[in-house]
Design a protein around this ligand. Sequence first.
Ligand SMILES: O=P(O)(O)OC[C@H]1O[C@@H](O)[C@H](O)[C@@H](O)[C@@H]1O
Length: 304
Amino acid sequence: MMVDLVRDSSGLEKVILTEPRGSSAQVLLYGGQVISWKNERGEELLFLSNKALFKPPKAIRGGIPICFPQFGSFGSLEQHGFARNRLWAIDTCPSPLPAANNTSTIDLILIPTEEDLKIWSRSFELRLRVSLGPGKLTLIPRVRNIDNKPFSFTFALHTYLSVSDISEVRVEGLETLDYFDNLLQKERFTEQADAITFDDEVDRVYLSTPTKIAVIDHEKKRTFELRKEGLPDAVVWNPWDKKAKAIPDFGDEEYKQMVCIEAAAIEHPIMIRPREEWKGRQELSTVSSSYFSGQLDPLRVLHG
Ligand SMILES: O=P(O)(O)OC[C@H]1O[C@@H](O)[C@H](O)[C@@H](O)[C@@H]1O
């Protein structure tokens, strides 16, 4: 298990985690952002845009940005809050989390500056533990209230997964759930499909989801499993062609190679009292799939 701190070609510092079987992950101190996770074969599992700008104060397009203290435009702060464009530090005192065994682990912390407190006047400590194990990447975010009054926030781990072709991807685990459609003024709908597939822009917040979501990449014969705790909602986002062209740090065709599945707490903001700590967890793993679950459904075989 190895943990190295290096400086990126862009001048930003990053932590490199490696484990004996050969998988690796990279975490930038800027944004506390995972920007790479590679499996034992060296294949990249997260999407990072070729046009990503590694220039503060811009947030980095790809990997796993942290949305805190606000998800999206669900509030009056800047889109997705400010944690993703602040410089975090290595947390030398991550107690009371138990030591992470058998993984390559880094603990990061973000503490608000005077300037941040002018934007959002709550004293907090935001911690993130990133652990790389064989075939698994685990993120444990924590928020501690060190203020003298309660506060609430919304949160998301904005995970950009790398896929071979978005048209061949199915997301399972969100069927029959209610969601807010960000493309229709956050109106509430109920999912009718038996899995989510993509043939246009999707930008939805699924509410109170089960703890496990599967992203099946038919072409790669790979399934991502996302397991989450303390983060009841799940965002599904793909900008599709028109929106892709309008995003400056995103390639016109890159929407085909990514999908965002975001473990989140949005509908019911998390409220913590002074000295209390909130903790979430997201575990990502992959399994190779020789078939995809819809393949055996005769209607699907006939009609695609
Ligand atoms: O461009 P940003 O600020 O990183 O946001 C990307 C997308 O993030 C998603 O989580 C939101 O639901 C989308 O509405 C948004 O477009």
